[in-house]
Ligand binder design. Sequence first.
Ligand code: H79
Length: 614
Amino acid sequence: MVSTRGRAIALTVALATGSLALVPATASSAEPRRGAAAAAEPGPGTNYATDDPFTSERTSWFRNDRFGMFVHFGAYSNLEGEYKRPDGTVCRNAEWIMRECKIPKDEYEKQAATFNPKDFDAKALVAAAKSAGQKYIVITAKHHDGYAMWPTKQNKWNLRDHSSFDKNRDILAELKKAADAAGIKLGLYYSIWDWHDPDFPNADTFPQYKKRMHAQLKELIDNYDPDLLWFDGEWDTDNPTNRWSSRDGEELESSLRGLSPDLVINNRVGKRQVADGDYGTPEQEIPEAPVDGQLWESCMTINGSWGYARWDDKWKSGTELTRNLLNTSSRSGNYLLNVGPDKLGRVPAPATDALKAMGDWQNHAGQGAAVSNAGFPGVVSEPDWGVVSRSGNDLYASVYQWPGAGKPLHLTARTPFKVDSASVLGSDQKVTVTKSGDGYDITPSGDATNPAATVIKLSITPASPTTEGSGTGLKAEIFDNDQLSGSPKVTRTDPTVNYAWRFRGSPAENIPDDHFSTRWTGTIEPRYSEKYQFTTVSDDTARVWIDGKLVIDNTTPHNQAVDKAAVDLQAGKKYSIKVEHTQQTGEAYMKLLWSSPNTPQQIVPKSQLSPNKG
Ligand code: H79
């Protein structure tokens, strides 16, 4: 108890000084990655949200790179999507073939024993990713069939001990080496749901399964030092029964961050709620707009299957894939595009061809600037003729439907700005820009440069004045009841409202992990004169007042919920702000974010908040 307290104090101090420390001081010694096995005991005073994924150094590569390669490769790949039943009929599937084709366990094991991906070529895989402009690779270390693609010490159900593969080879080590050499980040996919481990579906033995799972993940971190972990199979289901809970997610996420503080982790580490992990994971779909309250990455197949299926010839075209990538980056998301190597480990040629087409498009005339380091434009609405992404004060309008000769492309402005110059990348044609209606007409004088997307670059100057604050945060009054009643137990200045107390944490050491509440007050100073969107992520209740007006009011106790309000603000003015959070039982969260045409979504920063009434 005493040592826990000591660590909790260190954590609080680190946070108050704005440090990015992800684990308490005990783990911040010389070797954080290897030496932090004993992560802090969470408890009262713990805040799991120690940085803002939207702005932190830790996630900057992920936010800027935008484009990754997903690789589904496992014991299922050996069947190449077809299972011949004893009666001679054929059942087709890919990575779910064991379950969907009801292959008896011993038969699935028998076929896995013949798995020999001798042609797996990490350098070729990395080269394919490079050729596409992909900046990171996420490979399945273990899919739902439980088969580990590295020589795990936790069981024999793995590529070293249960295959016909060279006992001296380790494909994850090969991939790590090739990726490092090429400056590509490595992520590892790990399925929580496990169809093979007999301890998984049984309530009595599930704790043993979890222990082995933690041990496997420690092996992966120790052996391959991944930049990212991609969890899957966190969902509730009865076949086989999945007992994974939010509490399990809290325990796992906190222990992983203790082992490797810079890890980027997806939201399926928990129960896919908005504040679980670092980012959301839409699958086989692309959101229509930036996602409220979280970073996101859309994972999609390059044909119709994740694992290799020799019958699947539904290859997406280079144009469709390039537009998917542009749609994603223009809404501040990442695109994780999957390939499934065959049973020998070779990436199918139609996949490498399509990847090359995407890279060629990005390498042409600097068009890749519409993707890497680019995001939601903010200052304009998404047009119906294409998408617009933004990097600094450059807008990249990727045009899918090129206008007829002399016809304009209209852009609707969400805030005033000036266009300083306009050009078509890879063309010397003239582009005329005129004010028109609610924005600008952009009229190119020549033809489209290519069928996928022709990029018009606009250099702009926002019209709004800007003011940078020098604030220190908000005054926090913390109560040891869930009613904000009586006098506060703790009064302090909080740099931001960015709290994930989850089940076991609380605002302060002398505040229990349930039945507490906080009121934050002070002033808020916008950087720009424009319409701001305030967003809260809260559990159990949240209320926000700006300039004396109640703008967010969600007082019905809830699980992680997102609430929004639009408020017009003027640069150079300070507005009063009041934020209230209450927590009864279960998980607790309170985050306050904002965005505006010139502000990408982020936790409202300390510099724009002051604890004193204006
Ligand atoms: O790894 C790839 C897929 O194998 C895996 N995720 C990607 C990245 C995946 N495939 N399908 N799904 C996830 C969808 C899950 C469907 C489900 Fe269900 C519906 C899970 C719960 C309801 C089917 C019914 C499986 C369990 C019950």
